[in-house]
Design a binder for this molecule. Structure first.
Ligand code: TXA
Ligand code: MG
Length: 324
């Protein structure tokens, strides 16, 4: 069932379902999340089942207040500074997990760390009303493109999810940035809605990208991910016969094939991030063999966009069962 987020009864129904251990798809400023009460193991298990997600992959805990976050996570000075700057908003902090909290073990997949973020808008109000953290991965089947609309949630998950709260298109359109503070550096586990430049400006610290073989990685950051059915060809300057095209910036009319979308005609990276998953999805639904994508500048939000595109273009087979 899809319910409009603006109806007052929708919040009541969503909170009630979550309280009773049901899973609910909720809009956030980044992408739609598939939410469960993070203190209820059975409810969290339903999330993994609906996504077809390997249970070793931990989930992000969403909170409505810093106080709620502190009930299950410990933040050092740098982390406290980060959350003061960027919450509510698209920054996820991987912090130490407090022992003896009500958070269910399944949420963190047995790790002694926990990923926490405070979303903007209705979902935050729902968490506040529920008065418990919610665990919520992106509301897509494992390995597929993250949904940025209620219709995309339903198309990806089908009837597995009872309630989808329709809050319209997600304004940011790309998932949160995930960081882990190690000593005096910020490790970027996943580029996302908050840019490296913003993190460095707010903290005066250096942001590093740990290599895939390093000690701290987001377990879900597997190479092949966000996979459309079509093959994806990156940095396409010209088009081959029969390719669909995902453009960026000014692209000449004569170069446009029938199956064409432009992430942002004006070359605006915010607009491009907001359009990315929807346009990939739309092109993919026209069943092209290949989607060719324009080069995207690797700065600001372009880092997160290029990260998702690189995953969409990566070979699929080796990691088929390990996507999130
Ligand atoms: O914007 C977002 O972050 C969206 C919305 C719904 O909030 N959520 C989202 O969740 O993208 P998900 O599950 O699709 O991605 C979460 C990532 C995974 O790569 C997971 O491995 C990583 O966070 N993660 C979760 N807990 C972690 C931990 N304790 N340490 C390292 N990585 C962790
Ligand atoms: Mg995901």
């Amino acid at each position: 069932m899809i319910l409009n987020a603006h109806l007052p009864t929708t919040l009541v129904k969503a909170v009630d379902d979550l309280k009773h251990g049901e899973i609910v798809a909720l809009p956030t400023e980044t992408v739609y999340g598939l939410a469960a009460d993070a203190t209820n193991g059975k409810a969290v298990a339903k999330v993994f089942a609906a996504k077809g997600r390997p249970t070793f992959n931990p989930l992000i805990c969403h909170v409505s207040s810093v106080e709620m976050a502190k009930s299950f996570a410990e933040f050092n000075g740098i982390e406290t500074n980060l959350l003061a700057h960027f919450w509510p908003g698209p920054l996820t902090i991987v912090a130490s997990r407090k022992s003896g909290s009500r958070l269910h073990e399944l949420v963190t997949a047995g790790l002694d760390t926990v990923a926490v973020r405070m979303p903007i808008g209705l979902t935050r109000d729902i968490i506040s009303e529920l008065d418990r953290p919610i665990a919520a991965p992106s509301a897509n089947r494992s390995g597929h493109i993250s949904p940025t609309s209620a219709a995309a949630v339903s198309a990806s998950l089908g009837p597995e999810v009872g309630l989808v709260v329709d809050g319209g298109e997600c304004p940011i359109g790309i998932e949160s940035t995930i960081v882990r503070v190690v000593g005096h550096t910020i490790h970027l586990l996943r580029p996302g809605g908050i840019t490296i430049e913003q993190l460095e400006a707010a903290t005066g610290l250096t942001v590093v990208m740990p290599s895939a073989g390093g000690s701290v990685v987001a377990p879900g950051q597997l190479k092949s991910h966000y996979a459309p059915a079509a093959k994806v060809r990156l940095n396409a300057i010209s088009l081959e016969e029969g390719e669909a095209f995902l453009g960026f910036g000014s692209v000449h009319r004569s170069e446009q094939p029938a199956v064409f979308r432009n992430l942002s005609e004006t070359g605006d990276l915010h607009e491009a991030a907001a359009n990315l998953f929807r346009m990939l999805n739309e092109l993919d639904q026209m069943n092209p063999e290949v989607i060719a994508v324009s080069p995207i500048p690797n700065e600001g939000l372009g880092v997160a966009i290029n990260d998702r595109l690189a995953r969409a273009a990566a070979p699929r087979d080796a990691v088929k069962n390990q996507m999130t």
